[in-house]
Structure formats: C-alpha cells, structure tokens
Design a protein around this ligand. Structure first.
Ligand code: ADP
Length: 523
C-alpha cells in the first residue's frame, strides 16, 4: 500500500509542530445528531460528545432541519468534548468534517443566515420537479455526467425548490447574494475565520451537478437547470492541508486548527473501514443503510439501479470511485416502531421482541415511507405491511422490521455483484444499528455471506479523522491506517440456500405491493 507523500505533492505547509500534537478531531454532523470525537494515533476514540437535533416534518414526505440549531449543536459538542478531556486547540493536529449528504442549505452571503430550513435528503417534496425534468428528457445526460438518476434524494431539485419558494430567490442567486451548500459547506463557512466557501468532491458528487470525470461543476447541467455557478462552493479534494483553512479563534475550538479533510458520511465510513482496495465493501446501518463498493480508479456505470459516486480523493492523487446503494429507511424503521407505533420502548428492545418468535409469521414490512431509493428509485412507492393473518403478533412485526433492513441491503448487494462482476467475500458493517447482534446474524442469513463488525463502531467519524490526519502528516500512509483496524465480531450464515431464497422471493412480492401508490396529481 502506498505512502501518502505522493498524494500531496510536497504541498503540506502545515507547521511541523502540529504533527507532534496528540490528537485528531472529527466533527460528524449526521441526520439525527451531531458529535465531536477525539481520536489518537491508533484510531481509538478517547473523548466524545453528542447532541440530537429536531426532525421537522411540516407535511407528508417533507423533512427539514434548522441549520442554526445544527451550528449551535456543533459549538456545544466541540466545547463539551474539549472540557471533558481538558483539551485545547493546541492538542489537535487537525480536525475533519463528515456530514449527512445531499441535505441542502441556502444562506445569505452577507449575514450568514439561512433563508430557509435545510431540506433533508429524505425529503420527497420535489418529486414533481424531478418528474418534469424526466419528462423533458434530461435523465440520460444527468446520468452520463453525474452517475446519478434524477431523484428528489439529490440536492439539485431541493435547491430549485428553495429558490422557487423564497422572495426573489432566483434573482438573488444570480446577483451572488446567496450561498448554497451541503452541511459540510455550511459548517465550514461558520468554523473558519475567512468563511471558506468550499465543499469536497464526495459531497459535490451527490448534488447532481458534478461531472464525475472532471470533478468540476458541469457547465451544461448548470445552464440547463438555471443555476448560477456563484451560488455553489468550490470543489476540493477530500483530504488537503490547505483547502479548508483553519478554525477561527472566535469559534468553538477557540484556536486555530487546520481542517484537513471533509467527506460525506458514507464515504467517511468507507475510509474508516479502510476499504481502500477495489472490491472491498461496507454497509452502514444508521438512519438509512448505505452500501459502498470501492471500484478503484474505474467509473463503473450501473445497469442495476445503483449510483456511481466518488469514494474519496486524497491530495493530488486521482480519486477512488464507488458503486453505492442507498436505502432511506434503515434504523429509522426501528425508530418508527418506537416513536410512532409505540411498539418498543428503545431501539435495542427490537432484538428482544424479534427473538421471541422463530420467524416473522409470514408478514413483511416494506418501509417505503418516502418512496424507494436503490435499486428501485420509485418516489411513488409507500410503505406496506403485508401477509397479515390473526396469527401475526407484535413480535412478528418487529422481526419483520429488522428483516426489512436486511432484505433491502440484499437488494443492493445483489445489484452490486451483478454490476461489478465481483462476488462478495464478506460484508464490513458499522453504524448505530450494528449494536443489534440479532440483526447482524439475520443479515448473514439473508445474504448468505459473512458479516464483520469492527471494534470501532464510529467508523464515520474515524474516516473524517483519517482524511484530516493524512493531510497534515499525523498518519503517514494508508498501510498505517489499515494496521489500526480491529475486528470485534464475525457472523456466519446459518440458513440453507433454499430457505434463504424462499424468503427473498416473498420479499420481492411485498415490494411490488408498494409501487404506484401515490396519486401523480397530488405529488
Ligand atoms: P445516524 O448517524 O444516521 O444518525 P446512527 O448510526 O447513530 O444513525 O444510528 C442510529 C439508528 O440506529 C437509529 O435509527 C436507531 O433506530 C438504530 N438503532 C440503534 N440501536 C439499535 C438496535 N439495538 N437495534 C436496531 N436499531 C438500532
């Protein structure tokens, strides 16, 4: 495995003294919470602080966050972690940022205040805008340039919607009065003294404006969609000693620390799992589930409903690409059972209920609550609970919810193997829901593949720390990062292939029942 010096072409201008500093920090601004984690050279988390933010649901299918609340929480968690560890800015060689992707904020250049709430990746209010773009025949060009299908999931239609719904949105954007970014850009702007207006290549690859080959905004698409380039941040490598500047003295770190890396959360998890070789894959079980397969320097175009994306770009080196399958409702299905259905008191209780029964009693839950993402891409789908009889109990439904997470993962993993021609040797897992041992066994059984969980459950934060630490020479090579990897547990499949396939056949029938549910006239 290569060292990193060639990745940065000797451009590291970070003072020597930062390399002797003890820690690297990672700011992880996720869908439901923000955390700040402090890592040592072995990749061990030494301190962390975390805070949830409000999920705002103004209408069916709409999901928003308050960008000011996220910024406030960022300040709080950083200050809390520093206090807990008795640390100051001087203890950090660098910090990295990782974030929920696609979620879009537009703010005023002059005041730094948002003009509207952040429109979250799960939000499907823009299905109509996307349908119109599809009717205009834009899909082949969008897919060729960006590697993405047209979907409300990506930032482009969200930006369009916000500009349509604020006073003089389009003309203010044209005049350069507004800034638009994903959460990384929003936080970077506020964290840096010189209000850096940048994003990294992995976040940019999720907007639906970036050319996968040139790694720049595509002028043709911007023109077709009417987006002025001054509205958008500059695209930078995911790991770089200078691109993201330093934290401001007035900010939560109260000192100047280089921001060495920025990565979208799923790409950060891929880096945290050290999936640096083509053919290595990880699945993160958080709010959603996200499977990424490293395809190396090759841009693999999916024939099976996956997305082509940038995995990471370190320094001046060419980027690594990935095939991705995104599932909107992963752990959020369990949250729904807890918060909306009151079936369980805690997410962990799902394990207890599911293990009271030997199977799901013939019932299937397909949580297409805001449509289906990969590999179906159907925003007209809605959730179903099918196969109900008087025999079905709460325990069966809870088990069906956990099975749904695994079946959805299987759909994308199967598509990935078809696209890449690479059989899956094992599946590296991370994210909050991997605390559920039963869910992990279920995944091994439903996929028929070994499931491996690392000791560090916070691989997303770790990946951001790795990107930042590499940039400033805190870690010297990818090999060093690989050596930090520690396995926690491994699950072997226990089901017979026949049983596995019979369950999967029923699941696919259940998925068909979700389709074509919403009324196209009221979308
Ligand atoms: P995110 O980073 O997307 O906010 P996390 O990685 O923190 O998500 O994981 C939180 C999700 O994991 C929640 O949706 C929660 O319901 C789910 N979860 C947490 N613990 C368990 C568990 N023991 N069993 C099943 N799901 C769980």
């Amino acid at each position: 495995m290569a060292g990193t010096d060639h990745l940065y072409s000797g451009s590291r201008s970070i003072p020597q003294r930062t390399m002797t500093r003890q820690y690297v920090g990672a700011l992880d601004s996720g869908t439901t919470s923000t955390r700040f984690m402090v890592f040592d050279r072995q990749g061990q988390a030494v301190i962390q602080a975390q805070k949830e933010h409000a999920q705002i649901f103004p209408a069916q299918g709409w999901v928003e966050h308050d960008p000011m609340e996220i910024w406030k929480n960022v300040c709080e968690v950083i200050r809390a972690a520093l206090q807990r560890g008795d640390l100051t800015a001087q203890d950090f060689a660098a910090i990295g940022i990782t974030n929920q992707r696609e979620t879009t904020v537009i703010w005023e250049r002059k005041t730094g205040l948002p003009v509207y709430n952040a429109v979250v990746w799960q939000d499907v209010r823009t299905a109509g805008i996307c349908a119109a773009w599809q009717a205009d025949g834009l899909e082949p060009e969008v897919s060729r340039v960006t590697g993405l299908p047209i979907s409300p999931y990506f930032s482009a239609s969200k930006i369009h919607w916000i500009l349509d719904h604020i006073a003089e949105g389009w003309s203010r954007a044209q005049r350069g009065e507004l800034c638009c970014g994903t959460i990384d850009t929003w936080l970077l702007w506020h964290l840096t003294a010189d209000q850096r207006f940048n994003t990294d290549v992995t976040n940019a690859s999720r907007t639906m404006y970036m050319d996968l080959q040139t790694l720049a905004w595509d002028p043709g698409l911007l023109q077709t969609l009417g987006i002025p380039e001054c509205l958008l941040p500059d695209i930078q490598p995911s790991s770089h000693p200078e691109a993201y500047g330093c934290t401001s003295l007035q900010g939560p770190l109260a000192g100047s620390v280089p921001i060495g890396g920025v990565l979208g959360d799923q790409q950060a998890a891929t880096v945290g799992q050290t999936c640096f070789s083509p053919g290595e894959a990880k699945n993160t079980y958080g709010t959603g589930c996200f499977v990424l397969l490293n395809t190396g320097r090759e841009i693999v175009r999916s024939q099976n409903g996956l997305v082509t994306t940038v995995a990471y770009a370190f320094g001046q080196a060419p980027p690594a690409y990935a095939l991705e399958g995104s599932i909107a409702m992963g752990g959020a299905t369990i949250q729904w059972l807890r918060d909306e259905m009151a079936m369980i008191a805690t997410a962990a209780e799902s394990e207890e209920w599911a293990t009271r029964v030997p199977d799901s009693g013939g019932c299937y839950l397909v949580p297409a609550f805001s449509g289906l993402l990969a590999p179906h891409w159907r925003s007209d789908a809605r959730g179903v609970l099918v196969g109900l009889t008087r025999y079905v109990t709460k325990a069966h439904v809870v088990r069906a919810a956990l099975e749904a997470i695994c079946y959805q993962s299987r759909e994308v993993l199967d598509a990935m193997q078809r696209d890449s021609g690479m059989p899956l040797a094992s599946l590296h897992v991370d994210g909050g829901a991997t605390a559920n041992d039963f869910l992990m066994q279920l995944q091994a059984d439903i996929q028929g593949v070994e499931v491996v969980r690392p000791r560090c459950a916070e691989t997303t934060s770790l990946g951001a720390a790795y990107a930042a630490g590499l940039a400033v020479g805190y870690w010297s090579s990818l090999t060093e990062l690989r050596e930090n990897y520690r396995e926690d547990h491994r699950w072997q499949p226990r089901t017979a292939p026949q049983e596995r396939e019979a369950g999967y056949r029923q699941w696919r029938k259940a998925v068909v029942r979700t389709l074509d549910w919403t009324d196209p006239n009221s979308r």
